[in-house]
Design a protein around this ligand. Structure first.
Ligand code: SF4
Length: 364
């Protein structure tokens, strides 16, 4: 059996755990009781991609899917460096920093540093939904460490996450020295009062908590969740619900559908990376067949059937036409206007399934 690597965190809190600890200080004691190696192929995968981003191994050492993730991170980082005018800045990668007093630490993925201005970037290689960067205690903790270690007073904190379920490959926020110092005080205060601290369940802290399976607060919340990203609670008959209750339920249904779609997307990406990652499921390669020469196809179908039939099955997709025009330099609006003008007489409108839309909130 191989010996586990030494714990570079020295058993002390680390910035990567602050999103849990700051929201649920009581988790520290419970997590300490949970034994078990949660290291996995996902951790190894993230470590390998980080090694490429650090320049320690080559991009070609990754499997094709991880190569795409690493390449997308590199592209977004290059754009970010450009947007933040950080070309030529000092670049610091994968360094663990310790807070004054060595009570806790954090490992930064990348810092671009120009004097007292910094661009701090965290690379997320997985498929989960990270805490929004402006609310992320991991990023706030790293900001404190970077401020203390490198005397950085203006910091752009960014997360690059190419596999984000919400499709946003990067998000960032900016903090000044005063804000960062307040974060430092809040972290120090929480860490100083961990003994007998309460446990508070919530989406951000419980998502990655190793103690979930044994945590009473988490179990209680999971059972009580009512469609806010969990499951739909049983409902009374439709007749007994008020319009307000039905509206609320529809909100829950829409939120749940979005979550389910995001989770299915994450599973698909996992299966792409590793076909053994989801028991009982596999990705069957998809294929779409399309006619590429419509005039020739029209003539053949007409000869085989008749003109009316040929016309009825030959269609121009409006969405595809709009998209095609926008790749030829038109904006979406210009494409719509061009279609109305040039093809208006050939277009018939037929009623289709009504869209379900939320009414705008009335303002007084
Ligand atoms: S599962 Fe949630 S509530 Fe329970 S200890 Fe972990 S973070 Fe706290």
């Amino acid at each position: 059996m191989s010996t586990p690597p030494p714990d570079e965190r020295r058993g002390l809190p680390s910035a990567s755990g602050l999103d849990r600890i700051m929201r649920c200080p009581g988790s520290v004691a419970l997590v300490a009781q949970v034994v078990g190696d949660r290291g996995s192929q996902w951790t190894e995968r993230g470590t390998k991609i980080h090694a490429v981003l650090e320049g320690k191994i080559n991009l070609d050492d990754l499997n094709p899917s991880d190569k795409v993730t690493a390449s997308r991170i590199m592209d977004v980082e290059a754009q970010m460096v450009d947007n933040c005018a950080m070309e030529g800045a000092e670049v610091i990668s994968e360094r663990r920093l310790w807070a004054f007093g060595d009570a806790w630490s954090g490992k930064l993925d990348r810092l671009h540093r120009h004097g007292n201005v910094g661009l701090l970037i965290d690379f997320k290689t997985g498929w989960g939904q990270p805490v929004p960067v402006a609310e992320s205690w991991q990023m706030k903790g790293l900001a404190v460490l970077v401020h203390e270690t490198f005397e950085i007073d203006t910091l752009v904190a960014a997360v690059i996450h190419p596999n984000s379920p919400d499709g946003r490959s990067s998000v960032r926020t900016e903090w000044g020295a005063d804000e960062i110092e307040v974060f430092g005080l809040q972290i120090a205060d929480t860490l100083a009062h961990l003994q007998d601290a309460p446990r508070t369940a919530g989406k951000h802290q419980c998502q990655w908590c190793p103690a979930r399976q044994v945590c009473p607060e988490y179990q209680a919340q999971a059972h009580a969740s009512e469609g806010d990203g969990g499951t739909l609670a049983p409902r009374p008959s439709w007749e007994r619900m008020t319009p307000a209750e039905r509206g609320q339920r529809l909100h829950q249904i829409v939120a749940l559908r979005k979550q389910l779609e995001a989770e299915e997307g994450a599973m698909r990406l996992m299966l792409e990376t590793d076909p053994a990652s989801v028991d009982g499921w596999y990705l069957k390669p998809g294929q779409t067949r399309q006619i590429y020469d419509h005039p020739a196809a029209y003539e053949i179908i007409k000869a085989a059937a008749d003109e009316a039939f040929a016309l009825s099955v030959m269609r121009v997709g409006m969405g595809e036409l709009e998209k095609g025009l926008s790749t030829r330099g038109m904006t979406k609006r210009q494409a719509k206007e061009w279609i109305d003008k040039a093809l208006g007489e050939l277009i018939v409108s037929k009623p289709s399934e009504p869209k379900l839309l939320e009414k705008p909130t009335e303002t007084t």
